[in-house]
Design a protein around this ligand. Structure first.
Ligand SMILES: C[S@@+](CC[C@H](N)C(=O)[O-])C[C@H]1O[C@@H](n2cnc3c(N)ncnc32)[C@H](O)[C@@H]1O
Length: 477
Protein backbone atom coordinates (compact mmCIF):
# COMPACT_ATOMS: atom_id res chain seq x y z
CA UNK A 1 0.00 0.00 0.00
CA UNK A 2 2.96 2.35 0.36
CA UNK A 3 4.58 1.45 -2.95
CA UNK A 4 3.95 4.93 -4.33
CA UNK A 5 5.50 6.87 -1.45
CA UNK A 6 8.14 9.43 -2.40
CA UNK A 7 11.42 8.15 -0.97
CA UNK A 8 14.29 10.65 -0.71
CA UNK A 9 16.96 10.05 -3.40
CA UNK A 10 19.53 9.28 -0.66
CA UNK A 11 17.28 6.47 0.56
CA UNK A 12 16.29 5.07 -2.82
CA UNK A 13 18.62 2.08 -2.45
CA UNK A 14 16.66 1.05 0.64
CA UNK A 15 13.20 1.72 -0.81
CA UNK A 16 11.86 -1.74 0.01
CA UNK A 17 13.13 -1.61 3.56
CA UNK A 18 11.54 1.78 4.08
CA UNK A 19 8.21 0.55 2.73
CA UNK A 20 8.23 -2.31 5.25
CA UNK A 21 9.16 0.16 7.99
CA UNK A 22 6.37 2.59 7.05
CA UNK A 23 3.84 -0.26 6.86
CA UNK A 24 4.71 -1.32 10.37
CA UNK A 25 4.35 2.21 11.72
CA UNK A 26 0.99 2.35 9.96
CA UNK A 27 -0.17 -0.89 11.59
CA UNK A 28 0.84 0.30 15.03
CA UNK A 29 -0.98 3.58 14.56
CA UNK A 30 -4.06 1.89 13.08
CA UNK A 31 -4.23 -0.36 16.11
CA UNK A 32 -4.05 2.55 18.53
CA UNK A 33 -5.82 5.31 16.55
CA UNK A 34 -4.15 8.28 18.24
CA UNK A 35 -5.75 11.70 18.25
CA UNK A 36 -2.52 13.58 18.82
CA UNK A 37 0.98 12.42 17.93
CA UNK A 38 4.33 13.80 19.07
CA UNK A 39 7.45 12.62 17.28
CA UNK A 40 11.07 13.28 18.28
CA UNK A 41 13.19 12.56 15.18
CA UNK A 42 11.25 13.30 12.01
CA UNK A 43 14.01 13.00 9.39
CA UNK A 44 12.35 12.53 5.97
CA UNK A 45 8.94 11.94 7.55
CA UNK A 46 8.54 8.22 6.82
CA UNK A 47 7.32 7.10 10.24
CA UNK A 48 5.05 10.16 10.45
CA UNK A 49 3.65 9.24 7.04
CA UNK A 50 2.88 5.71 8.28
CA UNK A 51 1.24 6.94 11.50
CA UNK A 52 -0.83 9.63 9.78
CA UNK A 53 -2.00 7.40 6.94
CA UNK A 54 -3.86 5.41 9.60
CA UNK A 55 -5.30 8.55 11.26
CA UNK A 56 -5.14 11.35 8.66
CA UNK A 57 -6.92 13.92 10.84
CA UNK A 58 -4.80 13.41 13.94
CA UNK A 59 -2.72 16.37 15.12
CA UNK A 60 1.00 15.79 14.59
CA UNK A 61 3.89 17.67 16.23
CA UNK A 62 7.32 16.77 14.89
CA UNK A 63 10.62 17.82 16.52
CA UNK A 64 14.01 17.44 14.91
CA UNK A 65 17.39 19.01 15.64
CA UNK A 66 18.51 18.77 11.99
CA UNK A 67 22.02 18.63 13.34
CA UNK A 68 23.39 15.91 11.15
CA UNK A 69 23.28 13.20 13.80
CA UNK A 70 21.49 9.86 14.06
CA UNK A 71 20.45 9.62 10.45
CA UNK A 72 19.51 13.26 10.19
CA UNK A 73 21.04 15.84 7.91
CA UNK A 74 20.69 19.59 7.78
CA UNK A 75 18.27 20.80 5.17
CA UNK A 76 17.16 18.09 2.80
CA UNK A 77 15.23 15.69 4.99
CA UNK A 78 13.02 18.18 6.80
CA UNK A 79 11.94 19.69 3.48
CA UNK A 80 11.21 16.21 2.25
CA UNK A 81 9.11 15.50 5.33
CA UNK A 82 7.17 18.73 4.84
CA UNK A 83 6.47 17.74 1.27
CA UNK A 84 5.28 14.19 1.82
CA UNK A 85 3.25 15.13 4.90
CA UNK A 86 1.59 18.11 3.22
CA UNK A 87 -1.43 15.94 2.39
CA UNK A 88 -2.30 15.76 6.09
CA UNK A 89 -4.15 18.79 7.51
CA UNK A 90 -2.78 19.04 11.06
CA UNK A 91 0.98 18.79 10.83
CA UNK A 92 3.39 21.06 12.73
CA UNK A 93 7.21 20.95 12.98
CA UNK A 94 9.81 22.52 15.16
CA UNK A 95 13.55 22.50 14.68
CA UNK A 96 14.92 21.87 18.16
CA UNK A 97 17.57 19.81 19.91
CA UNK A 98 15.47 17.96 22.50
CA UNK A 99 18.57 17.12 24.52
CA UNK A 100 18.93 20.75 25.51
CA UNK A 101 15.40 21.27 26.82
CA UNK A 102 13.20 19.98 29.60
CA UNK A 103 9.86 20.74 27.96
CA UNK A 104 8.48 20.59 24.43
CA UNK A 105 5.95 23.29 25.33
CA UNK A 106 2.34 23.09 26.40
CA UNK A 107 1.42 19.91 24.55
CA UNK A 108 0.30 16.47 25.49
CA UNK A 109 -0.29 13.54 23.20
CA UNK A 110 -1.74 10.07 23.39
CA UNK A 111 0.96 8.66 21.08
CA UNK A 112 4.63 9.65 21.18
CA UNK A 113 7.34 8.30 18.90
CA UNK A 114 10.88 8.55 20.31
CA UNK A 115 13.33 8.27 17.41
CA UNK A 116 15.77 11.18 17.85
CA UNK A 117 19.14 10.99 19.61
CA UNK A 118 20.02 7.29 19.69
CA UNK A 119 22.70 7.42 22.39
CA UNK A 120 22.01 5.84 25.77
CA UNK A 121 21.74 9.22 27.53
CA UNK A 122 19.81 10.68 24.60
CA UNK A 123 17.12 8.00 24.63
CA UNK A 124 16.85 8.17 28.39
CA UNK A 125 16.51 11.96 28.31
CA UNK A 126 13.81 11.92 25.62
CA UNK A 127 11.86 9.17 27.37
CA UNK A 128 11.88 10.97 30.72
CA UNK A 129 10.98 14.21 28.96
CA UNK A 130 7.93 12.90 27.14
CA UNK A 131 6.83 10.52 29.88
CA UNK A 132 6.95 13.14 32.63
CA UNK A 133 5.56 16.10 30.72
CA UNK A 134 3.80 15.20 27.52
CA UNK A 135 2.08 11.85 27.74
CA UNK A 136 -1.70 11.71 28.20
CA UNK A 137 -3.08 9.36 30.78
CA UNK A 138 -3.32 5.98 29.04
CA UNK A 139 -1.12 7.27 26.24
CA UNK A 140 1.72 5.21 24.76
CA UNK A 141 5.31 5.89 23.80
CA UNK A 142 6.84 4.00 20.90
CA UNK A 143 10.64 3.68 20.74
CA UNK A 144 12.29 2.64 17.48
CA UNK A 145 15.64 0.87 16.84
CA UNK A 146 15.69 -1.39 19.88
CA UNK A 147 17.28 -4.20 17.90
CA UNK A 148 19.48 -2.11 15.67
CA UNK A 149 21.20 0.08 18.25
CA UNK A 150 22.21 -1.44 21.59
CA UNK A 151 22.38 1.93 23.32
CA UNK A 152 18.72 2.50 22.52
CA UNK A 153 17.83 -0.81 24.19
CA UNK A 154 19.99 0.10 27.19
CA UNK A 155 18.38 3.54 27.43
CA UNK A 156 14.91 1.98 27.37
CA UNK A 157 15.94 -0.58 29.92
CA UNK A 158 17.24 2.12 32.26
CA UNK A 159 13.98 4.06 31.81
CA UNK A 160 11.94 0.96 32.67
CA UNK A 161 14.12 0.39 35.72
CA UNK A 162 13.42 3.98 36.78
CA UNK A 163 9.69 3.34 36.37
CA UNK A 164 9.15 -0.26 37.49
CA UNK A 165 5.35 0.01 37.35
CA UNK A 166 5.19 1.12 33.76
CA UNK A 167 4.11 -1.59 31.33
CA UNK A 168 5.82 -2.23 28.03
CA UNK A 169 5.72 -4.56 25.09
CA UNK A 170 8.49 -5.50 22.72
CA UNK A 171 7.39 -5.55 19.07
CA UNK A 172 9.40 -7.58 16.64
CA UNK A 173 9.41 -5.01 13.88
CA UNK A 174 11.96 -4.03 11.27
CA UNK A 175 14.30 -2.25 13.69
CA UNK A 176 12.63 -3.55 16.85
CA UNK A 177 10.14 -1.29 18.63
CA UNK A 178 9.11 -1.05 22.24
CA UNK A 179 5.73 0.26 23.19
CA UNK A 180 5.62 1.80 26.65
CA UNK A 181 2.49 2.69 28.60
CA UNK A 182 -0.44 1.39 30.58
CA UNK A 183 -2.17 -0.26 27.72
CA UNK A 184 0.86 -1.37 25.72
CA UNK A 185 0.20 -4.95 26.71
CA UNK A 186 -3.47 -4.95 25.88
CA UNK A 187 -2.94 -3.34 22.52
CA UNK A 188 -0.41 -5.77 21.27
CA UNK A 189 -1.15 -9.03 22.94
CA UNK A 190 -1.27 -10.40 19.45
CA UNK A 191 1.68 -9.50 17.26
CA UNK A 192 0.36 -11.42 14.30
CA UNK A 193 -0.26 -8.15 12.48
CA UNK A 194 3.42 -8.06 11.77
CA UNK A 195 3.18 -11.22 9.78
CA UNK A 196 1.38 -9.12 7.22
CA UNK A 197 4.66 -7.57 6.29
CA UNK A 198 7.94 -9.01 5.26
CA UNK A 199 10.50 -9.10 8.08
CA UNK A 200 14.22 -9.42 8.17
CA UNK A 201 15.56 -12.29 10.19
CA UNK A 202 17.69 -10.69 12.83
CA UNK A 203 18.83 -10.90 16.39
CA UNK A 204 16.94 -9.65 19.36
CA UNK A 205 18.29 -7.74 22.29
CA UNK A 206 16.53 -8.94 25.37
CA UNK A 207 15.23 -6.31 27.73
CA UNK A 208 15.07 -8.75 30.59
CA UNK A 209 17.85 -10.78 32.18
CA UNK A 210 20.01 -11.96 29.31
CA UNK A 211 20.70 -15.55 28.55
CA UNK A 212 23.91 -16.67 26.95
CA UNK A 213 22.58 -17.11 23.53
CA UNK A 214 24.24 -16.21 20.25
CA UNK A 215 20.99 -14.45 19.35
CA UNK A 216 21.37 -12.04 22.24
CA UNK A 217 24.13 -9.53 21.88
CA UNK A 218 24.41 -7.76 25.18
CA UNK A 219 25.18 -9.34 28.51
CA UNK A 220 24.46 -6.89 31.27
CA UNK A 221 23.61 -9.06 34.24
CA UNK A 222 26.38 -10.82 36.14
CA UNK A 223 24.38 -12.30 38.98
CA UNK A 224 24.65 -15.88 37.75
CA UNK A 225 27.86 -15.69 35.79
CA UNK A 226 30.74 -13.21 35.91
CA UNK A 227 32.29 -11.72 32.79
CA UNK A 228 35.45 -13.86 32.87
CA UNK A 229 33.40 -17.05 33.09
CA UNK A 230 32.31 -16.47 29.48
CA UNK A 231 35.90 -16.34 28.24
CA UNK A 232 37.46 -19.47 26.77
CA UNK A 233 40.58 -18.04 25.15
CA UNK A 234 40.40 -16.41 21.74
CA UNK A 235 37.15 -14.54 21.71
CA UNK A 236 36.56 -11.07 20.43
CA UNK A 237 34.89 -9.13 23.21
CA UNK A 238 33.38 -5.69 23.39
CA UNK A 239 32.93 -3.98 26.73
CA UNK A 240 30.44 -1.17 26.73
CA UNK A 241 31.14 1.22 29.57
CA UNK A 242 28.41 3.86 29.45
CA UNK A 243 29.00 5.65 32.73
CA UNK A 244 30.18 9.01 34.00
CA UNK A 245 33.75 10.25 33.82
CA UNK A 246 34.53 9.44 37.47
CA UNK A 247 33.44 5.83 37.00
CA UNK A 248 35.47 5.48 33.82
CA UNK A 249 38.65 6.60 35.58
CA UNK A 250 37.99 3.98 38.27
CA UNK A 251 37.25 1.33 35.65
CA UNK A 252 40.22 1.74 33.30
CA UNK A 253 42.79 -0.08 35.52
CA UNK A 254 40.33 -3.00 35.69
CA UNK A 255 40.14 -3.04 31.89
CA UNK A 256 43.96 -3.06 31.56
CA UNK A 257 44.16 -5.84 34.16
CA UNK A 258 41.62 -7.94 32.23
CA UNK A 259 43.67 -7.51 29.05
CA UNK A 260 46.79 -8.55 30.92
CA UNK A 261 45.26 -11.68 32.47
CA UNK A 262 43.40 -12.78 29.32
CA UNK A 263 46.09 -11.79 26.85
CA UNK A 264 44.71 -13.97 24.01
CA UNK A 265 41.23 -12.47 24.16
CA UNK A 266 40.74 -9.41 21.98
CA UNK A 267 39.09 -6.75 24.09
CA UNK A 268 37.58 -3.60 22.65
CA UNK A 269 36.20 -0.86 24.80
CA UNK A 270 33.26 1.32 23.80
CA UNK A 271 33.15 4.74 25.45
CA UNK A 272 31.28 7.92 24.58
CA UNK A 273 30.60 11.48 25.75
CA UNK A 274 34.17 12.63 25.10
CA UNK A 275 35.74 9.80 27.12
CA UNK A 276 36.68 8.18 23.82
CA UNK A 277 39.02 11.13 23.23
CA UNK A 278 40.98 10.26 26.37
CA UNK A 279 41.08 6.47 26.26
CA UNK A 280 41.15 4.08 23.31
CA UNK A 281 37.60 3.32 22.26
CA UNK A 282 35.92 1.85 19.22
CA UNK A 283 33.48 4.15 17.45
CA UNK A 284 29.94 3.02 16.51
CA UNK A 285 30.83 -0.66 16.89
CA UNK A 286 29.11 -3.33 14.88
CA UNK A 287 27.92 -5.64 17.65
CA UNK A 288 27.64 -8.61 15.32
CA UNK A 289 31.45 -8.65 14.96
CA UNK A 290 31.89 -9.74 18.57
CA UNK A 291 31.52 -13.07 20.31
CA UNK A 292 30.37 -11.27 23.43
CA UNK A 293 29.24 -7.76 24.21
CA UNK A 294 29.19 -6.90 27.89
CA UNK A 295 27.59 -3.82 29.33
CA UNK A 296 28.85 -3.20 32.85
CA UNK A 297 26.66 -1.66 35.52
CA UNK A 298 29.56 -0.57 37.73
CA UNK A 299 27.37 -0.81 40.84
CA UNK A 300 27.32 1.68 43.69
CA UNK A 301 29.47 0.73 46.66
CA UNK A 302 28.21 3.27 49.17
CA UNK A 303 27.35 1.53 52.42
CA UNK A 304 29.96 -1.20 51.89
CA UNK A 305 33.66 -1.24 52.75
CA UNK A 306 34.63 -1.62 49.12
CA UNK A 307 35.54 0.90 46.46
CA UNK A 308 33.40 0.87 43.32
CA UNK A 309 36.32 -0.69 41.41
CA UNK A 310 36.58 -3.53 43.90
CA UNK A 311 32.83 -4.14 43.80
CA UNK A 312 32.90 -4.26 40.00
CA UNK A 313 35.80 -6.77 40.03
CA UNK A 314 33.96 -9.01 42.48
CA UNK A 315 30.37 -8.74 41.32
CA UNK A 316 30.69 -8.25 37.58
CA UNK A 317 34.12 -9.16 36.25
CA UNK A 318 35.18 -12.09 38.46
CA UNK A 319 38.83 -11.15 39.07
CA UNK A 320 40.79 -10.34 42.23
CA UNK A 321 39.65 -6.89 43.34
CA UNK A 322 41.92 -4.03 42.39
CA UNK A 323 41.45 -0.40 43.19
CA UNK A 324 43.43 2.35 41.60
CA UNK A 325 42.66 5.26 39.36
CA UNK A 326 43.53 5.69 35.71
CA UNK A 327 46.68 7.55 34.76
CA UNK A 328 45.75 10.55 32.65
CA UNK A 329 48.10 11.86 30.01
CA UNK A 330 49.14 15.49 30.15
CA UNK A 331 46.80 17.81 28.26
CA UNK A 332 47.47 21.21 26.82
CA UNK A 333 46.29 24.14 28.93
CA UNK A 334 42.69 25.20 28.26
CA UNK A 335 43.36 28.82 29.28
CA UNK A 336 44.00 31.73 26.96
CA UNK A 337 45.05 34.79 28.93
CA UNK A 338 43.84 38.18 27.83
CA UNK A 339 44.77 41.63 29.03
CA UNK A 340 42.76 44.52 27.63
CA UNK A 341 43.77 47.49 29.80
CA UNK A 342 47.27 48.76 30.55
CA UNK A 343 48.24 50.49 33.78
CA UNK A 344 50.04 53.43 32.17
CA UNK A 345 48.83 55.26 29.09
CA UNK A 346 45.33 53.74 29.01
CA UNK A 347 44.32 56.09 26.19
CA UNK A 348 47.06 54.93 23.88
CA UNK A 349 46.97 51.28 24.92
CA UNK A 350 43.53 50.03 25.98
CA UNK A 351 41.37 47.86 23.81
CA UNK A 352 37.81 49.13 23.38
CA UNK A 353 34.86 47.35 24.92
CA UNK A 354 33.41 46.04 21.66
CA UNK A 355 36.73 44.73 20.25
CA UNK A 356 37.58 43.16 23.63
CA UNK A 357 34.24 41.38 23.63
CA UNK A 358 34.86 40.09 20.10
CA UNK A 359 38.26 38.75 21.12
CA UNK A 360 36.76 37.13 24.21
CA UNK A 361 34.05 35.42 22.11
CA UNK A 362 36.58 34.23 19.51
CA UNK A 363 38.63 32.54 22.23
CA UNK A 364 35.47 30.76 23.38
CA UNK A 365 34.62 29.84 19.81
CA UNK A 366 38.07 28.31 19.49
CA UNK A 367 37.19 26.07 22.43
CA UNK A 368 39.48 27.53 25.08
CA UNK A 369 38.68 29.37 28.31
CA UNK A 370 39.42 33.11 28.22
CA UNK A 371 40.83 34.46 31.47
CA UNK A 372 41.47 38.12 32.13
CA UNK A 373 45.05 38.41 33.31
CA UNK A 374 44.47 41.71 35.09
CA UNK A 375 45.65 41.98 38.69
CA UNK A 376 44.58 44.92 40.85
CA UNK A 377 48.08 45.57 42.19
CA UNK A 378 49.35 48.62 44.09
CA UNK A 379 49.59 50.69 40.90
CA UNK A 380 46.26 49.57 39.48
CA UNK A 381 44.82 52.40 37.41
CA UNK A 382 41.25 53.14 38.63
CA UNK A 383 40.10 54.06 35.10
CA UNK A 384 40.53 50.42 34.15
CA UNK A 385 37.14 49.14 35.26
CA UNK A 386 36.32 45.57 34.39
CA UNK A 387 34.27 45.15 31.23
CA UNK A 388 30.89 43.69 32.12
CA UNK A 389 31.07 40.68 29.79
CA UNK A 390 34.18 39.35 31.54
CA UNK A 391 33.28 36.45 33.79
CA UNK A 392 36.77 35.08 34.53
CA UNK A 393 39.32 37.43 35.94
CA UNK A 394 42.34 37.61 38.22
CA UNK A 395 41.09 40.95 39.56
CA UNK A 396 39.59 39.49 42.73
CA UNK A 397 42.65 37.43 43.62
CA UNK A 398 45.99 38.04 45.23
CA UNK A 399 48.08 40.35 43.10
CA UNK A 400 51.66 39.16 43.18
CA UNK A 401 54.26 38.50 40.55
CA UNK A 402 54.53 34.79 41.27
CA UNK A 403 50.83 34.41 40.52
CA UNK A 404 51.24 36.37 37.29
CA UNK A 405 54.26 34.35 36.14
CA UNK A 406 52.65 31.03 37.13
CA UNK A 407 49.49 31.92 35.27
CA UNK A 408 51.37 32.76 32.09
CA UNK A 409 53.55 29.65 32.36
CA UNK A 410 50.43 27.46 32.57
CA UNK A 411 48.42 28.99 29.75
CA UNK A 412 47.98 28.02 26.15
CA UNK A 413 48.53 31.55 24.84
CA UNK A 414 48.59 35.20 25.82
CA UNK A 415 46.79 38.03 24.02
CA UNK A 416 47.25 41.51 25.39
CA UNK A 417 47.94 45.20 25.19
CA UNK A 418 51.23 46.88 26.10
CA UNK A 419 51.72 46.36 29.83
CA UNK A 420 53.54 44.20 32.40
CA UNK A 421 51.68 40.93 31.59
CA UNK A 422 52.56 41.31 27.87
CA UNK A 423 56.26 41.60 28.63
CA UNK A 424 56.01 38.63 31.00
CA UNK A 425 54.41 36.56 28.22
CA UNK A 426 57.06 37.70 25.73
CA UNK A 427 59.78 36.44 28.03
CA UNK A 428 58.05 33.12 28.78
CA UNK A 429 56.39 32.15 25.48
CA UNK A 430 57.09 34.70 22.72
CA UNK A 431 55.81 32.32 20.04
CA UNK A 432 52.42 32.06 21.76
CA UNK A 433 51.94 35.75 22.48
CA UNK A 434 49.78 38.10 20.44
CA UNK A 435 50.28 41.83 20.91
CA UNK A 436 47.13 43.96 20.71
CA UNK A 437 48.73 47.02 19.16
CA UNK A 438 47.17 50.50 19.32
CA UNK A 439 49.36 53.61 19.35
CA UNK A 440 52.62 52.07 20.57
CA UNK A 441 54.93 50.09 18.38
CA UNK A 442 56.17 46.74 19.66
CA UNK A 443 59.71 47.84 18.81
CA UNK A 444 59.48 50.07 21.90
CA UNK A 445 59.52 46.90 23.98
CA UNK A 446 61.40 44.26 22.03
CA UNK A 447 63.21 43.75 18.71
CA UNK A 448 61.88 40.19 18.56
CA UNK A 449 59.47 39.32 15.82
CA UNK A 450 56.16 39.29 17.71
CA UNK A 451 52.72 38.44 16.30
CA UNK A 452 50.45 41.46 16.51
CA UNK A 453 47.03 42.75 15.54
CA UNK A 454 46.13 46.42 15.25
CA UNK A 455 43.05 46.85 17.42
CA UNK A 456 42.08 50.11 15.72
CA UNK A 457 41.57 48.13 12.56
CA UNK A 458 40.31 44.84 13.99
CA UNK A 459 38.80 42.40 11.49
CA UNK A 460 36.32 39.82 12.73
CA UNK A 461 38.05 36.48 13.17
CA UNK A 462 41.59 37.90 13.56
CA UNK A 463 42.14 36.28 16.96
CA UNK A 464 40.33 33.09 15.99
CA UNK A 465 42.58 32.54 12.98
CA UNK A 466 45.70 33.38 15.02
CA UNK A 467 44.70 30.71 17.55
CA UNK A 468 43.94 28.20 14.80
CA UNK A 469 47.33 28.90 13.31
CA UNK A 470 48.98 28.25 16.66
CA UNK A 471 47.37 24.83 16.79
CA UNK A 472 48.36 24.06 13.23
CA UNK A 473 51.93 24.97 14.06
CA UNK A 474 51.54 22.59 17.02
CA UNK A 475 53.11 25.05 19.37
CA UNK A 476 50.70 24.39 22.24
CA UNK A 477 52.06 23.15 25.52
C1 LIG B 1 16.57 7.81 12.80
S1 LIG B 1 16.18 9.41 12.35
C2 LIG B 1 14.43 9.48 12.51
C3 LIG B 1 13.72 8.68 11.47
C4 LIG B 1 12.29 9.06 11.31
N1 LIG B 1 11.51 8.82 12.50
C5 LIG B 1 11.74 8.27 10.14
O1 LIG B 1 11.05 7.33 10.37
O2 LIG B 1 12.03 8.57 9.00
C6 LIG B 1 16.70 10.36 13.71
C7 LIG B 1 16.38 11.82 13.62
O3 LIG B 1 16.55 12.37 14.91
C8 LIG B 1 17.11 13.66 14.78
N2 LIG B 1 17.80 13.98 16.01
C9 LIG B 1 19.02 13.53 16.42
N3 LIG B 1 19.33 14.06 17.61
C10 LIG B 1 18.29 14.85 17.94
C11 LIG B 1 18.02 15.70 19.06
N4 LIG B 1 18.90 15.82 20.05
N5 LIG B 1 16.86 16.41 19.08
C12 LIG B 1 15.96 16.28 18.07
N6 LIG B 1 16.17 15.50 16.98
C13 LIG B 1 17.31 14.81 16.93
C14 LIG B 1 18.02 13.58 13.58
O4 LIG B 1 18.18 14.86 12.99
C15 LIG B 1 17.28 12.60 12.67
O5 LIG B 1 16.50 13.29 11.73
Amino acid sequence: MFEQIKIHPNDEAFRNDYIVYICQKFFISRKYKPKRIIEIGVRAGYSAYGFLTAVPNAEYFGFDAENGTHGGERGPYMDWAKDILSIFPNVKYKKIDTQTIDSLGEIKADFIHVDGDHSYQGVLHDLELVFNHHLDEHGVILVDDIDRIPDVALGVKKFLNNHPNVKYKYLETFNGDVLIGDIADILFNDISIFREVEKKNKSIISLSENKVDKKIYIIDSFKKKKLVEYLQGNEKVLIRFGHGWGDTQMFMPIFYQLKKIYSKVIFDLYLENGQEEIFNSVKSPDMSQYDFVFSLNFPMSEGSNLTKSEKCCIEEIGIEPISKLATLSLQESPIVLVHFQGTCLPEGVNCSLDISEKIWEEIKQFGKIPFECHFCHNFHNPVNNKYQFIDNSARNYKANLKNLIGLVQNSFAFIGVASGPLVTALSIMPDRTLYLEKHHHIKNYTYDNVDKINILNYKDGNVLSWLENLTNKNMGK
